[in-house]
Design a protein around this ligand. Structure first.
Ligand code: SF4
Length: 495
């Protein structure tokens, strides 16, 4: 009989085929990306910090071989001996297995506490907790109360993180109890399924919720690149098409029912047709005032605040790139990349203030600041202005000067069939300048840049720091250079 663990149960609830692959064909899983690894690392650190909320517990974490026989035996023994708190308490009975982050005894009650890096309770947390309750009760140790411990999103770091302030305990007992008959039935169904052939499950919305499935590369192999799933802003309409046998974008019958941008996309695929709304582009081009500052931030966005004065999941900038284009066509490049050690130094100037100081030198008093999806850069500057009131006037002043290069593409004023569904710079740039790519770069996207810099400021980094800094600088520079190329192609002759 196969054990159903918490993660397997979650997989099986999302899709039986996913659980089957987890169990029998895990070679189909793609390797973990730096961004995913960074998220796991933060999860572990959050879990570790949560233990300090209930200090002095016994730790049942398994050894490196992940042999759970000893943790299960220790958990049972320690509960029977009256140990108040057990970390990674592990339970197994009747083919169900679960490790609980914290088991705590409080005024005669047994509390089960599951720790999450989120800032609230999500539906799948209830599923997760329900399976844990089931495992605990099957093992003879049903908890009196079940809590989810998640991050308090209004917490502001000031020195060492205080776990009592950083976490919120939210009780799930009633919801978990009411799920028990369903859990029992589902466990039995999943276990039976695992003994049989690979289940026949069609692709569907479940492939993306609650998690993007690791096996999409396998199950979605028959979906072409230009499918209904790439329809711009499709809002669920893609499944209606798919379920009616329409897979290729070009086979969509009711073009009149589509929005402007969607129609451009489909007609672009059918006729290879480009679309330029000269009037709108001309009008938009009037927004640009020389010199043009093509600007891009890279930020850290993590549950554990990295600097005093910041909150969980606040965007903290650590890098920017700036290309400055003058009216006569000359261009220069400026850049900032924080020193990783300054994030942990009690004597260095806050890296954000260093960034602001350099920004004052790099951005002159006049001229447009051009960003791609400028609301992001503006929100980061707003955050800096709120954190450093002495610089607020300067920073808020910069925010008045932004022109968003995304607008003409998102609005469908300028469309090339090669852009496909997306108006992101990663789609627009290669369509406009096919010879310009990110392929030669070691770091090729913002998520990885963020994850790598985050690992540099924690103890997780064991690569060559100087070389990694060069890769980070090269990536951010490419983003703003890409903006210059797009701007020149679309607007240079119009300003
Ligand atoms: S890609 Fe979809 S159908 Fe395939 S295993 Fe994942 S969830 Fe199931």
């Amino acid at each position: 009989m196969r054990n159903i663990s918490k993660s397997k149960f979650l997989s099986g609830v999302q899709c039986e085929k996913k659980l089957f692959f987890d169990t029998h064909r895990s070679e189909l899983k793609p390797p973990i990306s730096p961004e995913q690894q960074a998220s796991f690392d933060v999860g572990h650190k959050v879990g570790f910090l949560a233990q300090a909320y209930f200090p002095g517990g016994m730790d049942a974490t398994p050894d490196v071989d992940r042999n759970y026989i000893i943790p299960i035996a220790n958990t049972r023994r320690w509960i029977n001996e009256g140990v108040q708190t057990i970390y990674e308490a592990t339970f197994s009975a009747n083919g169900v297995f679960a490790a609980l982050d914290i088991l705590h005894h409080h005024n005669g009650e047994r509390w089960a506490i599951e720790v999450k890096s989120s800032t609230g309770v999500k539906d799948y947390h209830i599923t997760d907790a329900s399976l844990q309750y089931h495992a605990m009760s099957q093992a003879g140790f049903a908890p009196d109360r079940f809590f989810l411990m998640h991050i308090n999103n209004s917490y502001v770091k000031n020195g060492e993180i205080d776990p009592k302030e950083f976490f919120v305990l939210e009780e799930l007992t009633e919801r978990v109890l009411s799920n028990q008959p369903w859990v029992e039935k589902k466990v039995s169904e999943l276990r039976d399924m695992l003994e049989g052939e690979e289940p026949k499950v069609e692709i569907g919305p479940h492939c993306g919720a609650p998690f993007s499935c690791d096996y999409k590369g396998h199950c979605w192999g028959h979906i072409p690149d230009n499918s209904v799933f790439n329809l711009y802003n499709s809002r669920g309409r893609e499944w209606n098409y798919y379920n009616n046998g329409i897979v290729d974008l070009r086979d969509i019958p009711d073009l009149d029912a589509l929005g402007h941008r969607q129609r451009l996309q489909v007609e672009g695929q059918i006729h290879g047709q480009r679309f330029i709304d000269e009037e709108r582009i001309e009008e938009f081009s009037q927004n640009f005032q020389f010199p043009l500052y093509f600007f891009d931030f890279e930020t850290i966005f993590t549950g554990l605040p990295v600097l005093d004065g910041t909150r969980p999941y606040q965007q903290v900038p650590f890098q920017y790139s700036l290309h400055i284009l003058s009216e006569d066509g000359t261009m220069e490049h400026r850049e900032f990349l924080a020193s990783a050690v300054d994030f942990n130094s009690s004597t260095a100037l806050d890296p954000r203030q260093q960034l602001i100081q350099q920004l004052r030198n790099d951005i002159g008093p006049t001229g447009s600041i051009v960003a791609y999806n400028a609301s992001f850069e503006k929100s980061v500057l707003n955050g800096l202005g709120e954190a450093f009131p002495a610089d607020a006037e300067f920073l808020f002043g910069l925010n008045q000067r932004f022109v968003d290069l995304l607008v003409p593409f998102q609005s469908g004023w300028y469309y090339l069939p090669e852009m496909g569904a997306s108006a992101s710079i990663k789609s627009v740039l290669p369509a406009i300048a096919p010879e310009f790519s990110y392929d030669d770069l070691v770091i090729g996207n913002g998520g990885d840049a963020s994850a790598i810099f985050h690992s540099m400021i924690t103890s997780d980094f064991d690569e060559d720091e100087a070389e990694t800094r060069r890769h980070l600088l090269a990536y951010c520079e490419r983003d703003t250079l890409g903006m210059v190329i797009i701007w020149k192609e679309v607007f240079w002759d119009r300003v």
